[in-house]
Design a protein around this ligand. Structure first.
Ligand code: CMC
Length: 431
C-alpha cells in the first residue's frame, strides 16, 4: 500500500527527500510527511488541515467532488432507504452488515443498556434552569467516566465494545433528560420494547400523567436522519475524539470532548443556526437584503447550512433530507410550512448566484434537518443534541479503530512560533 513517488527539494542545500505515498482502497492518496522534520529540519504547515490526513481509516469514505458518502463501502442513500439506524450502528462499529442473529444480539444489548445510573440523573439538578442542552450533554457524558472507570480497560476489546454499547444506548436517555430538565418535566424511563428512535421520542414527549403514542412516520423520519448523521470520517468532532483518545484517556471523556466540538455553529450547531437564520429573515421579501449581507460578508453573516470543507458538490445527505422534509410535512398536514418555503427560496437563489457557484457552496446536511426536527415538535436548542445522539456511533467506531491499532501515537501537532524571541526576566520595579 506504500510506495515512494513524491519528493521534496530543499532549495538551500539541493537535497531531495522522498515522500512515501500512502494509498487506500479508493480515493486520494496521502504523501507521508512524517519524516520531513528529521530529514529537512522543517515542519509542514496546514492550519485547518485542508491538505492533511491525520490517520488511515476503514470506516467512512467521502468523495467531495462527486457528492459520494459510503459507510463501510455502502452508499448512504441505499442505507437510508433500506436499513435502520440500529443496523447502521452495527455496520459502522463492526465493518459488516449483521446477520439476523447478530442484529438481534446487538439490538438486545443496546436495549439493555438504556437506563442511566440514578447518580447520573442527579447531575441534572446542578444545572441552571436555562442551561443549553448541549452544555448538559457535554457535562453528563463526561461524568460517565466517573461511573465506569473500573470496567473500562482501553486495551481490552470486550471492554471497548461494552463502552460503545453503553454510550450508544445511554446517549438518547441523557439527551431526553436534558430536554426534560429544560422544560421542568419529570424524566421518563426508557421503554425497551420500543425501537431506538421511538424510545427517544417517548422519553422526550411522553409525560407520566397520560399515555403517549409514538407516530411511526416521525420515528422513521428520525431514524433516516440518524442514519445520515451516523459518521462523517475525520470531521472536527471526530478528530477531537481521536485527539483526546490518543492520550489513552477515559473514552467517555473523549466522547464528551467530541460533543463540545460538535456544538459550534460551523459544525453540528449549524442546524440550530439555520432555524435562527430563517426566523431572522422571517419573510421571503427579506431574502435579497439578507443575501446581499452574505455576499458582502457584512459582520461575517453566512448562509448557514451552506458550504462544506469536503463537498464541492451537493451534500448527498442534504438531498435525502429534503425529500424526507416534504414527506414529514405532508404527513403532518404542514405542506405549506413557511420555513420550508423560505428555505427552498434561499436554496434556489443561492444555487443560481455566482457568489455561491464560484465558491462551490451547496446545501449541506444541516440546511433542511432543522425543518424536520421543528415539524416533529423538537425545539431548536435540541437540534444539535439530536445530531450528537446520531454521531455517537461514529465517535465510538473511530475511538475503537484508533485504540485497537497498535501503531497509534499520541496526536501532538507542531507550530510555527510567532511570539517574542528569548529575553531576560525584568524585575517588577524596573518594567
Ligand atoms: N455562506 C457564505 N459564504 C460562505 C459560506 C456560507 N455558508 N461558506 C463558505 N463561504 C465562503 C467563505 O466566505 C469563503 O469566501 P472567500 O473565498 O471569498 O474568502 C469561501 O466560501 C470558502 O469558505 P471557507 O470558510 O474558507 O471554507 P471552509 O472549508 O473553511 O469552511 C464551513 C466550511 C462549513 C465551515 C463553511 O462553509 C461555513 O461556515 N458554512 C456555514 C456553516 C455550516 O453550515 N456548517 C455545517 C457544515 S456540515 C455539518 C457539519 O460539519 O457538522
Amino acid at each position: 500500500m506504500t510506495q515512494a513517488t513524491y519528493s521534496l527539494l530543499n532549495n538551500q542545500t539541493g537535497e531531495k527527500t522522498e515522500l512515501p505515498l500512502v494509498t487506500g482502497t479508493i480515493g486520494t492518496p496521502g504523501a507521508d510527511v512524517g519524516k520531513v522534520y528529521d530529514k529537512l529540519g522543517i515542519f509542514t504547515y496546514d492550519p485547518g488541515f485542508t491538505s492533511t490526513c491525520s490517520t488511515k481509516s476503514a470506516i467512512t469514505y467521502i468523495d467531495g467532488d462527486e457528492g459520494v458518502l459510503l459507510y463501510r463501502g455502502y452508499p448512504v442513500d441505499q442505507l437510508a432507504e433500506h436499513s435502520s439506524f440500529i443496523e447502521v450502528c452495527y455496520l459502522v462499529l463492526h465493518g459488516e452488515l449483521p446477520k439476523k442473529d447478530q442484529l438481534e444480539a446487538f439490538e438486545g444489548s443496546i436495549r439493555r443498556h438504556t437506563m442511566i445510573n440514578e447518580g447520573v440523573k442527579r447531575f441534572f439538578d446542578g444545572f441552571y434552569y436555562d442551561a443549553h442542552p448541549m452544555a448538559m450533554l457535554t457535562g453528563v457524558v463526561g461524568a460517565l467516566s466517573a461511573f465506569y472507570h473500573d470496567t473500562t480497560n482501553n486495551k481490552d476489546p470486550k471492554h471497548r465494545e461494552i463502552f460503545a454499547h453503553r454510550m450508544i444506548a445511554k446517549i438518547p436517555t441523557i439527551a431526553a433528560a436534558a430536554y426534560k430538565k429544560f422544560y421542568g418535566q419529570p424524566f421518563m424511563h426508557p421503554q425497551n420494547n420500543l425501537d431506538y428512535c421511538s424510545n427517544l421520542l417517548q422519553m422526550m414527549f411522553a409525560v407520566p400523567a397520560e399515555p403517549y403514542h409514538v407516530d411511526p412516520v416521525a420515528a422513521r423520519a428520525l431514524d433516516v436522519l440518524f442514519i445520515l448523521h451516523a459518521d462523517h470520517e475525520q470531521n472536527a468532532s471526530t478528530s477531537t475524539v481521536r485527539m483526546a483518545g490518543s492520550t489513552g484517556c477515559n473514552p467517555y471523556a473523549a466522547i464528551s470532548s467530541g460533543i463540545a466540538a460538535l456544538w459550534g455553529p460551523l459544525h453540528g450547531g449549524a442546524n440550530e443556526a439555520v432555524l435562527n437564520m430563517l426566523d431572522e429573515i422571517g419573510d421571503a421579501k427579506h431574502v435579497p437584503e439578507f443575501m446581499n449581507k452574505v455576499k458582502n460578508k457584512v459582520e461575517g453573516v453566512r448562509l448557514m447550512g451552506f458550504g462544506h470543507r469536503v463537498y464541492k458538490n451537493f451534500d448527498p445527505r442534504a438531498k435525502i433530507i429534503r425529500e424526507q422534509c416534504h414527506k414529514v410535512l405532508k404527513h403532518l398536514g404542514k405542506e405549506n410550512d413557511p420555513k420550508m418555503e423560505l428555505a427552498l427560496k434561499l436554496e434556489e437563489i443561492a444555487l443560481s448566484d455566482d457568489y455561491f457557484k464560484q465558491r462551490k457552496l451547496y446545501p449541506n446536511v444541516d440546511f433542511y434537518s432543522g425543518i424536520i426536527y421543528e415539524a416533529l415538535g423538537i425545539p431548536v436548542n435540541m437540534f444539535t443534541p439530536m445530531f450528537a445522539v446520531a454521531r455517537t456511533v461514529g465517535w465510538c467506531a473511530h475511538w475503537m479503530e484508533m485504540t485497537a491499532d497498535s501503531s497509534t501515537r499520541i496526536a501532538r501537532p507542531r507550530q510555527v512560533y510567532t511570539g517574542a524571541p528569548v529575553r531576560n526576566y525584568v524585575p517588577c520595579d524596573q518594567r
